[in-house]
Design a binder for this molecule. Structure first.
Ligand code: PEP
Ligand code: MN
Length: 344
């Protein structure tokens, strides 16, 4: 609920209302502006109704927040949020490319792939150490060893890293060794995990669940922000539909919807969205055109020997060509490739 106070309302009036809100165990928000003060009450709007705040003489207007999410809503925070992955800004007018293999396989693979990512314009290196695989017989990742390999390459090449965390018990280690958490599609509604990364201040790339609605994705983001971590980046990675020609159906409708309703950055993963390496470039262009703030791309120094998702991983030269081809699209969308912060 958003409460607009009258122009002559004092701080005392605001405090009186905020105390009433807090007395119901709801979260009060105080947003003084140049001309008007806006108050917020976060929580069950039915409870707030009991207070009859509209009766207060200094209340001008009350707008219920119809969306079930509030902290991530543009209604409360109209400006774009920019999230920094180490020194790489994501969101606003920045366009960010996160690329790397599906999984960290060995020292050579992650180093050679990271060199390609960096050389051709990738900003951050991705790579899974803990892999949630559909089949228990598939490669599950190297766990802590993989995390350390990723960290090592990040230090050598000075490139920020993104890696998936699949269990609460690993949050601390991932926080120590990577620049950003990835919460995968299979864990989008693992609320304990969302709360655990919400206690950190490291950026979280939250991927949309394969059967989750956009509103459920925004509610999952709300869990993280409500714990105190505002650094959330949403990622559309395709959903399950009746269509089986491609691995998933990349729901690009989600991008303008999220942009309109939520202030967080949103990136697109066309690698998992299509499952086909030749479709990654066209769908990346489409993602840029509809307002995405960045891309997450699977690339491997030699996809033929990849232990996971080789069929959708770009060859190095394909990645180089794609980044080159995307540049006019990024410009046309009014964005610029992220510039590392200290160089700005
Ligand atoms: C991944 O990024 O490698 C991954 C497992 O993605 P998702 O959670 O979107 O399936
Ligand atoms: Mn993958």
């Amino acid at each position: 609920m958003i409460i607009l106070l009258k122009p002559n309302a004092t701080k005392k009036d605001a405090d009186e209302i905020l105390n009433q809100i807090a007395s119901l165990d709801l979260k009060p928000l105080y947003m003084p502006g140049l001309e008007r003060t806006v108050l917020g009450a976060i929580g069950d709007e039915r409870k707030i109704a009991e207070l009859h705040i509209e009766n207060h003489p200094m209340v001008d207007n009350i707008t219920p927040i119809l969306s079930p999410y509030q902290l991530v809503s543009r209604e409360l925070y109209p400006k774009d949020t920019i999230v920094n992955i180490d020194n790489i800004p994501v969101g606003g007018n920045n366009f960010t490319i996160i690329a790397g293999p599906c999984a960290v396989e060995n020292d050579k693979q992650i180093l050679e792939t990271a060199k390609i990512v960096k050389k051709y314009g990738g900003h951050c290196l991705r790579g899974g150490a803990f892999k949630p695989r559909t089949s228990p017989y598939s490669f599950q990742g190297h766990g802590m060893d993989g995390l350390k390999m990723l960290h090592n390459v990040s230090k050598i090449l000075k490139i920020p890293t993104v890696t998936e965390v699949i269990e609460v018990k690993d949050v601390e280690a991932v926080e120590e060794f990577a620049s950003a958490f990835q919460i995968g599609a299979r864990n989008m509604q693992n609320y304990r995990l969302l709360k655990a990364v919400g206690k950190s201040r490291k950026p979280v790339i939250l991927k949309r669940g394969m059967s989750a609605t956009v509103v459920e994705l925004l509610l999952a983001a709300e869990y993280i922000v409500a714990e105190g971590n505002p650094n959330v980046i949403l990622c559309e990675r395709g959903i399950r539909t009746f269509e089986t020609a491609t691995r998933n159906t990349l729901d690009l409708n989600a991008i303008p919807y999220i942009k309109q309703h939520c202030h967080l950055p949103v990136i697109v993963d066309p690698s998992h969205g299509t499952g086909v390496r030749d479709f990654v470039e066209p769908m990346s262009k489409a993602a840029i055109a509809c307002g995405a703030d960045g891309l997450m791309i699977e690339v491997h120094y030699n996809p033929k020997v990849a232990l996971s998702d080789g069929q959708q991983s770009l060859f190095p030269e394909q990645f180089a060509e794609m980044v080159k081809n995307l540049k006019p699209f990024i410009k046309a969308a009014g964005k610029t490739l992220s510039i590392p912060i200290e160089l700005k």
